[in-house]
Write a protein that binds this ligand. Structure first.
Ligand code: SRM
Ligand code: SF4
Length: 564
């Protein structure tokens, strides 16, 4: 392997803490694009330059440049947004975006279709309601996820505070974001400076992800993260966290040396030391991660290269103490619990399934309008879940029936939507038309495939069977397909690899079952499996466990044997 730093490393190094020539790029009215190097740097500011892939070939034929626009990812640590923030994102999607908001698999907002000339106004627009997009993307710590169900646990607030503290501590310190987009006006509690005490001037070798979960819910899929933290409580008090390191799902077809990998549990850290622990893991990855070949830069490869014991010894040394053994815990589910729930304070919470995480209005389905009407009076939160869903949280008793009536009036009440448990447990990444990496459709196609699968599901009496089904347009893993009991990963237009056998709690990867299936092939393969499951499952047996017990696939026990 060459020891030459990758192109992105060179760009970061020369960027003067993420400035590059972005000012000049934004000022250039001849093209809708940025200078090449700035397309790398803009990611650290939370944005991706994209093209409308539906129009690419026609524009090429007409000898026009691609229709460039920008995706902006707005961080929401722990997924907790306020009603005014929700309302502002709605307004900005209409004014500058494509009229939709995407709720991501990491509890963030995304706007698509923002033109270069509108980037600054858009960022200023959400800055007014204390949202930012710094570190939404790029080689830094990303949006920190945590369990979004406020009513589930008395320790939720403490875990949320830990998530926001980790997020603030690992936010880049460069003033470039404020300078470029906000005329130097800083609104964050994060200390700004033109040095990066944690990251250094070339930041991390690759993206970095952290999530916190409160058992029995693993609804943020902590094992898919570089650091996964499992809250351990005793008598309603947060003691600390079990620590898992080295998760990550991306892989490349045809390169078995790339693989999805779940994080390894390495010990327990007291709650007051968790921020420091995250910093130390980040610095090891900063110092040891591969900066030559970005395909092998994630922490998971660093750990498998040096060996987990060596990594642990280094971490203990940097911490100045040894992590004690992990405490016992049990996850039951990585799914969301839908519908109404209540809490001891008399507040209600409503979890809504959002298909593909997309907030929009369709004929007969005015979800976006309904939520905007609700945001006008709702005094609680809008909580984004790690499964692309939405919780209207902390609803006052007097608002409950009004909220339901508004959703019903707009055809967006769950009772009226087409929702089997299979659909409610579905995830689809963005894919076409905006994602440059997509080989196949995902978000735009999965609903139609589900229409057909639901017929099979209903025929076999499985309408209430929650089965995790996840689809992506490429093997990068954005909808965590390798943690789906059914995973469909796009390989070519209209063709998918089918993976089976992850477990419902997000603790086991699945395995390749069939390759390059078209829709007919997917239905042909899944129909007998679902029929066999309906007929032969043990009591409470999940689909992912059933296909392993019946020998359809072998269990994946580690990322290193994912391809075996
Ligand atoms: Fe992702 C790249 C969308 C969660 C692994 N991801 C992308 C890009 C930016 C495509 C690109 O590089 O040009 C996608 C933008 C599409 C668009 O038009 O919006 C994209 N990823 C998404 C989102 C929006 C999917 C969604 O439908 O919700 C999720 C945004 C999360 C957020 O708010 O930060 C999203 N991406 C994930 C996850 C899931 C997670 O983090 O829990 C993963 C797998 C976990 C992991 O990181 O390993 C994931 N995305 C990737 C990868 C593969 C990384 C790797 O290590 O190989 C890429 C490609 C890359 O980084 O080079 C990628
Ligand atoms: Fe794009 Fe692939 Fe991620 Fe889907 S999984 S959003 S196609 S990068």
């Amino acid at each position: 392997m060459s020891s030459k730093p990758s192109e992105v490393e060179v760009v970061k190094d020369a960027s003067n803490y993420l400035r590059g020539s972005i000012v000049e790029s934004l000022g250039n009215r001849i093209t809708g694009a940025l200078n090449h190097d700035d397309t790398h740097l803009i990611k650290f500011h939370g944005s991706y330059q994209q093209t409308d892939r539906d129009l690419d070939s026609e524009r090429k034929r007409q000898k026009l440049e691609p229709l460039f626009s920008f995706m902006i990812r707005v961080r929401v640590p722990g997924g907790a947004a306020t009603a005014p923030q929700w309302q502002r994102m709605t307004e900005l999607s209409d004014e500058y975006g494509n009229g939709t908001i995407k709720l991501t698999t990491r509890q963030a907002f995304q706007l698509h279709g923002v033109l270069k000339r509108d980037l600054k106004s858009t960022i200023q627009g959400f800055n007014d309601v204390l949202l930012d997009s710094i570190a939404g993307c790029g080689d830094v710590n990303r949006n920190v996820m945590c369990n979004p169900n406020p009513h589930e646990s008395a320790v939720h607030q403490q875990v949320y505070e830990a998530a926001t503290a980790i997020s603030a501590h690992l936010t880049p310190r460069t003033t470039a974001y404020w300078e470029l987009w906000l005329n130097g006006e800083q609104q964050t509690t994060t200390e700004a400076a033109d040095e990066e005490p944690i990251y250094g001037k070339t930041y991390l070798p690759r993206k970095f992800k952290i999530a916190l979960a409160i058992p029995p819910y693993n609804d943020v899929d902590i094992f898919a993260n570089d650091i996964g933290l499992i809250a351990i409580e005793e008598n309603g008090r947060l003691l600390g966290f079990n620590v898992a390191v080295g998760g990550g799902l991306g892989m490349t077809f045809g390169m078995p040396e790339t693989y999805p990998r779940l994080a390894d549990l390495i010990g327990f850290v007291p709650a007051d030391k968790v921020v420091e622990l995250c910093e130390k893991v980040v610095t090891i990855q900063r110092d040891w991660g591969n900066r030559e070949n970005r395909k092998f830069s994630r922490l998971k490869y660093t750990i498998d290269r040096v060996g987990l014991p060596v990594f642990q010894a280094e971490l203990n040394q940097r911490l100045g103490y040894d992590l004690i053994p992990a405490r016992s815990y049990r996850f039951e589910s990585s799914s969301d619990a839908f519908g109404w729930s209540g809490d001891a304070q008399g507040l209600s919470h409503l979890t809504l399934f959002i298909e593909g995480g997309r907030i929009h209005d369709l004929p007969g389905y005015g979800l976006k309008t309904a939520l905007s009407e609700i945001a006008n009076f709702h005094t609680g939160d809008f909580r984004l879940t790690g499964n692309q869903n939405l919780i209207l949280a902390n609803i006052e008793a007097t608002h409950r029936s009004r909220i339901q009536a508004i959703l019903e009036a707009h055809g967006a009440w769950p009772g009226t939507a087409r929702q089997t448990a299979l659909r409610q447990n579905s995830l689809a990444c963005v894919a076409l038309n905006t994602c440059s990496q997509a080989f196949a459709e995902a978000e735009r196609y999965l609903p139609q495939l589900l229409d057909k699968l639901e017929t099979v599901i209903r025929t076999h009496g499985l309408a209430q069977a929650g089965i995790l089904i996840r689809m992506t347009g490429c093997p990068n893993g954005c909808a965590r397909p390798y943690l789906g009991e059914i995973g469909l990963v796009g390989k070519a237009p209209g063709r998918y690899n089918l993976y089976l056998g992850a477990n419902y709690a997000g603790e086991r990867l699945n395995k390749l079952y069939r390759e390059m299936l078209d829709e007919e092939g997917i239905l042909r393969e899944l129909t007998p499996l679902l029929a066999a499951y309906a007929a032969g499952r043990n009591q409470d047996e999940r689909f992912g466990d059933f296909v392993i017990r019946q020998g359809y696939v072998a269990a994946t026990t580690h990322g290193l044997n994912f391809h075996n």
